[in-house]
Design a protein around this ligand. Sequence first.
Ligand SMILES: [Zn+2]
Length: 136
Amino acid sequence: MTKKIGSWLLYVVLLAAVVLMAFNFDVVRHWLAIHTGTVNESGPYYGFWSGFGSDLGEATLIGAVSVGVYTGARKVNCHTKGCWRIGHHPLEGTPYHLCKHHHPDVPTTGASLEHILEQHKKFKDAQLDPREASPS
Ligand SMILES: [Zn+2]
């Protein structure tokens, strides 16, 4: 439950960062324009660059950032179509990574530490060389 909230929070924070960056960029650009004297300068293209042209550049920036965030999200999220959870668990024998909700071997309910350690011990025992294994 807490993990689920955690990944949603990550998306919200990412989105907030993109929005914040877009707004801050505008503020920084305006500050830069004032302090470099660009604002009082006029030329044949001034109208274009301060009007539609600047919007175009901003739109491109926001677009590029969005694509970057989207690509990054696609890389780490679950490969199940339409699933936006983080896909941490590789599915053996396939190139896919799945979230714990879609992976068949990852329990969706919390496992106790004893249960996890027991599974780890089983794995270690299975990996032991038969010649080194103690006779029983
Ligand atoms: Zn999934």
